[in-house]
Every structure is written in structure tokens, then in C-alpha cells.
Ligand binder design. Structure first.
Ligand code: HEC
Ligand code: HEC
Ligand code: HEC
Ligand code: HEC
Ligand code: HEC
Ligand code: HEC
Length: 405
């Protein structure tokens, strides 16, 4: 039931998958943490499990015997603290899920080959959607055959009795009559088929580059109100990107500098190598600066920069997460801005583009104690067996909700 179990996945299962599955299975299999089958029997009774999941470090520090025992047994690998992330109700739901995990349905192929202790995809067997479609085709053929047999029998009986032949009802009319007699059954089948179709589209989304949009967007570089050159500033004069895009390491937005930032230098630098005073005077007009008196006496008039990169509103993208935590270079996504006189869009910004990088890129581990430990544990566990790649995908970077509101 690989395909169907996916959209029948309960919200409980989802909570477990999102928060715990990277380190635990609900079977005996050990990942970074112990397999959770039978944990209700071995762990202390009462609120212990709840407390442990919320804040395991607190329990360990409190001297709790069982907590310290499993902590040592697992090589002092740290479990995430979930207080503040999960509510009490979430934890109860997760516990309910661990208590009654879904029965394993099909043979699991490949084992933990993915390396990161992902929840295993159930492979093997034939996709039930095809089985369903196959069954429908066979049933249709049988109905068709039975129908003509019945028709012939009825007619020969009628003739024997001296009655008239059966009226010629078309197959379509007969089907219509049957459907109106079996509305509920038809409804159930329709829903199954629609859901199956939606799931396929869902999966296809991942692989969709939506590249036709990129064709029109490629190399987009609008004329800006001031001929500001990155080549001159970030290239020739080596001004750091962060000097102007100063929120790039702190927030989701890189930010476009206000005119005050330009004035830090251009109060003094009043002519440029290419346009002399012409372009720089536009900065003064925006800042309300009078270069003759050196005072801000004129009316202000913010510069209306034209946005080059835009994501649709339903997408969440965070610069600091990529630049600081993920250690990605500006140039990986924006190209060599230091060489551009006008900024140009170098990456498609499609979903396929994001996903592709999340599948390939390993999470930056160095200097991050939490990842360090987890990574070491995984490398140790699969030593010589698998090439352990701890990609963004493994920390949930392909989950719809991470990127979509
Ligand atoms: C980063 C890895 C990691 C994550 C994520 C994680 N755990 Fe753990 N968990 C561990 C480790 C490691 C242990 C063993 C104790 C130790 O070393 O701290 C453990 C122990 C446990 C135990 C005790 C097991 C036993 O055999 O007694 C339970 C229960 C548990 N975790 C539940 C959860 C639940 C529920 C979640 C999700 C909400 C979760 N864990 C998320 C790593 C993790
Ligand atoms: C002196 C200030 C300054 C510096 C230094 C600077 N930028 Fe900019 N940047 C701007 C301004 C002003 C704009 C808006 C005008 C434009 O698009 O050219 C901009 C626009 C951009 C854009 C396009 C934004 C959009 O609209 O989508 C990107 C990408 C960018 N900068 C990247 C960089 C990178 C990477 C560096 C470092 C190599 C850098 N910038 C250094 C001032 C600066
Ligand atoms: C850290 C200092 C610094 C900042 C901040 C700065 N500039 Fe400049 N700007 C320079 C330097 C240096 C030059 C080149 C002067 C030269 O070579 O003669 C220059 C030149 C220019 C020119 C002249 C181009 C030409 O070829 O004629 C323009 C236009 C310009 N800057 C716009 C801006 C704008 C708009 C901002 C704010 C977004 C800004 N600058 C921020 C240092 C800066
Ligand atoms: C992982 C890819 C990626 C990296 C790395 C990256 N950016 Fe961006 N950048 C984007 C995307 C995507 C957008 C469009 C964001 C939007 O529309 O919400 C963007 C937009 C911008 C903008 C427009 C203003 C804004 O905040 O939306 C600027 C300026 C910018 N980036 C500068 C930088 C600088 C400077 C760096 C390096 C310090 C950098 N970016 C690193 C992907 C990236
Ligand atoms: C050049 C590679 C690259 C591209 C392109 C990229 N990302 Fe990422 N992304 C990363 C890395 C690396 C991380 C891991 C950061 C960390 O360690 O938390 C990440 C993490 C994330 C996360 C957090 C995932 C999690 O599980 O916590 C989100 C959300 C995200 N990216 C959104 C996007 C979106 C939206 C786009 C496209 C507009 C995009 N990314 C494009 C490299 C990339
Ligand atoms: C790593 C980030 C990321 C993840 C994960 C992600 N998306 Fe997207 N998605 C995007 C971006 C970026 C766009 C905007 C693409 C564009 O404008 O061309 C997008 C666009 C879409 C669109 C609009 C289609 C379009 O052409 O604009 C749909 C629908 C969508 N995503 C559904 C999903 C579903 C369903 C999932 C989970 C299976 C998912 N997304 C996971 C980043 C992501």
C-alpha cells in the first residue's frame, strides 16, 4: 500500500516522522536512538516518557537512573530537546503512535540505505493503483461478455415463449442505469481514483522544474533608476556584500540598502569614473542632500529600485538559514555579482531548483556540535556499508510545509 498509505498517513504519524524519525524507528531497529518497539515496557511508568521527550537533558541532569542508563548505553548521543517545539498534546499523539504503529505491510527493500535513518519507503510489490486499474479493466471486459451472453439467452428464451426480442439498450444507457442504482459505491471509487491522481501529481511536483517560466526570466536585468554598479562597488572597490545587504545574516531578507548607506561614502565621493556627477547626483536628490552646502536641506525622495529576484508569496525562503547555517555562498545562487554592472538573475528560482540542491547538498556540520555528534554516530554506524551523505533532504528539506505557507 505504498501509494495509498501516504495520503492516509495520520497526523500522528506525521508528527513522528517530522520530529523523531531521523533518529528512531518504531520497530527494533536502532538508528541514532534506540528502536522504540517495546519502550512502554522497559521505560519507567507514569509521566516518564512524556518528560523524557519534552526535555531529556533535564531528566539526565536530575540524576534519573533510567535516563542516565540509556544515555550511557547510546554512547552519550544527545536527543533533541522538544520543550517549546512540541505541545503536550503533540507528545501524547506521538506516544499514541509509538504504542500502535502501523503494521508493516510489505517487505522493506534496501534497508537503511539512505544512510540518514530516514523513515523507510516501503518498496516492492505492485503499485495498488495499477492493481485497481487492472481490476477495473478486467471487470469491464467480464461485464461486457456477460452482457452479450445474457442478451442472447434472454432473446432465445423470449423467442421460445413467442415474445418479442429485448429492446436494444446501449451499453452507455445500461451503465447509467447501474450507476444511479449504486451511487455510494461509485462515489467511493471516484474518491479513490481522484486521490490517487492527486498523489501522483504531488510526486511529479518534485521533479517539475517549471522551466518554461525560467526561460522568460533567465538573465532578467532591469534598468535601475540609478546606474549603480556591483562591479565597481563589490568588485573593484571590494566592498563586502554585507555592508549593504546588512540583514542577510540576520533575517530571511538580504535587504536593499537605504540611501543613507550610500551617503556614508557619497557625501564625500561626488563624481564617478563613468558618469561623473550625473548618477551620483541622483543619490543626493533621493537623500535631500545639497552637495554645495553639505546639508540635508532638500526634500527626500526614496530611490525606487526594481526588484530582480522574486519568489511567489506562497514560498518561504530564508537568507540567514542558507548563508549562516547552511554556509552557502551568495555566488552559488546569484552568480558572480562582483562582475555585474547591473544585477542579473542567474538561477531559475523554481521549486525544482530548490529541491535539486536540497537533494545534493550536505548539511554543513563543522562547528555545529549537534550535527557533529549526529553525523559521527551515523558515520560510525554505517561504516564501510554506505556512503553516508547527510543532505538537506535528510533534515526535512523536501517537506512541503518547510517552503510553503
Ligand atoms: C537527534 C536524534 C534524536 C531525535 C530527533 C529524537 N531522539 Fe529520542 N533518543 C535519541 C537517543 C540518542 C536516545 C538514547 C538516549 C540518549 O543517548 O540520550 C533516545 C531515547 C529516546 C527514548 C527512550 C528509548 C528507550 O529505549 O528507553 C524515547 C522514548 C525517545 N527517545 C523518544 C523520542 C521521540 C518521541 C522523539 C521525537 C519527538 C525523539 N525521541 C527524537 C535520539 C533522538
Ligand atoms: C555598495 C552597496 C552594495 C554592495 C557592496 C553590494 N550590493 Fe547588492 N545591491 C545593492 C543595491 C543598491 C541593489 C539594488 C539595485 C540593483 O539591483 O542593482 C542591490 C541588488 C542586489 C541583488 C539583486 C536584488 C534583487 O532585486 O533581487 C543581489 C542578488 C545582490 N545585490 C547581491 C550582492 C552581492 C552578492 C554582493 C557582494 C558580492 C553585493 N550585492 C554587494 C547594493 C550593494
Ligand atoms: C563603502 C563606500 C561606498 C558606498 C556605501 C557606496 N558607494 Fe558608490 N561609489 C563608491 C566608490 C569608491 C565609487 C567609485 C569612485 C571612483 O572610482 O571615482 C563609487 C561610485 C559610484 C557611482 C558612480 C558610477 C560612475 O561610474 O560614475 C554611483 C552611481 C554610485 N557609486 C552609486 C552608489 C549607490 C546608489 C550607493 C548606495 C546603494 C553607493 N554608491 C554606495 C563607494 C561607495
Ligand atoms: C540558496 C540560495 C541563495 C543564497 C546562498 C543567497 N541568496 Fe539572495 N536570494 C535568493 C532568493 C531565492 C531570493 C529571492 C527571495 C524572495 O523573493 O523572497 C534572493 C534575493 C536576494 C536579494 C533581494 C532582496 C531580498 O532580500 O529578497 C538580495 C539583495 C540578495 N538575495 C542578496 C544575497 C547576498 C548578498 C547573499 C550572500 C551573502 C545571498 N543573497 C545569498 C537566494 C539566495
Ligand atoms: C545551493 C543550494 C540550495 C538552494 C538552491 C536552496 N537551498 Fe534551501 N537549504 C540549503 C542548505 C544547505 C540548507 C540547510 C541549512 C541547515 O543546515 O539548516 C537549506 C535549508 C532550507 C530550509 C530549511 C529546511 C529544514 O529542514 O530546516 C528551507 C525551508 C529551505 N532551505 C528553503 C529553500 C527554498 C524555498 C529554496 C528555493 C527558493 C532553497 N531552499 C534553495 C541549500 C539550498
Ligand atoms: C525546498 C523548497 C520547496 C519545497 C520542499 C516544496 N516547494 Fe513547492 N515551490 C517552491 C518554489 C520556490 C516554488 C515557486 C516556483 C516558481 O515560481 O516557479 C514552488 C511552487 C509550488 C507550486 C506552484 C506551482 C508553480 O508552478 O508555481 C505548488 C503547487 C507547489 N510548489 C507544491 C508543493 C508541494 C505539494 C510540495 C511537497 C511535495 C512542495 N511544493 C515542496 C519550493 C518548494
Amino acid at each position: 500500500m505504498a501509494r495509498f498509505s501516504c495520503f492516509l498517513l495520520s497526523p500522528f504519524a506525521k508528527l513522528f516522522k517530522q520530529n523523531c524519525a531521523v533518529c528512531h524507528t518504531v520497530t527494533d531497529q536502532k538508528l541514532t536512538g534506540p528502536g522504540l518497539a517495546g519502550v512502554f515496557d522497559r521505560a519507567p511508568k507514569g509521566p516518564w516518557l512524556h518528560d523524557w521527550i519534552m526535555d531529556n537533558t533535564k531528566l539526565i541532569k536530575s540524576g534519573d537512573a533510567y535516563a542516565n542508563k540509556i544515555y550511557t548505553e547510546n554512547g552519550k548521543a544527545a536527543m533533541t530537546v522538544f520543550a517549546g517545539q512540541l505541545t503536550d498534546a503533540d507528545v501524547d499523539a506521538i506516544l499514541a503512535y509509538i504504542k500502535n504503529p502501523p503494521a508493516p505491510k510489505t517487505e522493506v527493500a534496501g534497508g537503511p540505505a539512505a544512510g540518514g535513518g530516514e523513515v523507510k519507503e516501503e518498496k516492492g510489490g505492485i503499485d495498488p493503483l495499477y492493481l485497481l486499474l487492472g481490476a477495473i479493466v478486467i471487470i469491464a471486459i467480464i461485464i461486457g461478455a456477460l452482457r452479450s451472453v445474457r442478451h442472447a439467452l434472454q432473446n432465445s428464451y423470449n423467442r421460445k415463449e413467442g415474445k418479442e426480442d429485448m429492446p436494444e439498450v446501449t451499453f452507455g444507457e445500461e451503465v447509467k442505469a447501474w450507476i444511479s442504482g449504486h451511487r455510494r459505491l461509485v462515489g467511493v471509487f471516484a474518491i479513490l481514483i481522484i486521490f490517487g491522481g492527486m498523489k501522483s501529481c504531488w510526486d511529479a511536483c518534485y521533479d517539475l522544474g517549471v522551466y518554461y517560466e525560467w526561460e522568460t526570466q533567465k538573465g532578467y536585468h532591469p534598468e535601475q533608476p540609478i546606474k549603480f554598479s556591483h562591479k565597481l562597488h563589490a568588485g573593484d572597490n571590494e566592498i563586502a556584500c554585507q555592508y549593504c545587504h546588512n540583514s542577510v545574516e540576520k533575517s530571511r531578507h538580504a535587504g536593499i540598502p537605504t540611501v543613507n548607506v550610500c551617503m556614508n561614502c557619497h557625501k564625500g565621493i561626488q563624481t564617478g569614473p563613468e558618469f561623473a556627477e550625473k548618477e551620483i547626483s541622483k543619490i543626493y536628490a533621493a537623500a535631500g542632500f545639497d552637495p554645495k552646502s553639505g546639508n540635508y536641506t532638500n526634500p527626500q525622495n526614496p530611490i525606487k529600485w526594481i526588484k530582480v529576484h522574486t519568489l511567489p508569496d506562497h514560498v518561504y525562503f530564508n537568507h540567514s538559514q542558507h548563508v549562516v547555517v547552511g554556509k552557502q555562498e551568495c555566488a552559488t545562487c546569484h552568480g558572480d555579482v562582483k562582475k555585474m554592472t547591473t544585477v542579473e538573475q542567474k538561477s531559475p528560482l523554481t521549486m525544482g531548483w530548490c529541491i535539486d540542491c536540497h537533494r545534493k547538498t550536505e548539511v554543513a556540520m563543522e562547528g555545529n556540535a549537534y550535527y557533529d555528534r549526529m553525523h559521527k554516530a551515523l558515520k560510525e554506524k554505517y561504516k564501510g556499508q554506505y556512503d553516508v551523505k547527510f543532505t538537506v533532504e535528510k533534515i526535512g528539506g523536501l517537506e512541503c510545509a518547510k517552503c510553503h505557507y
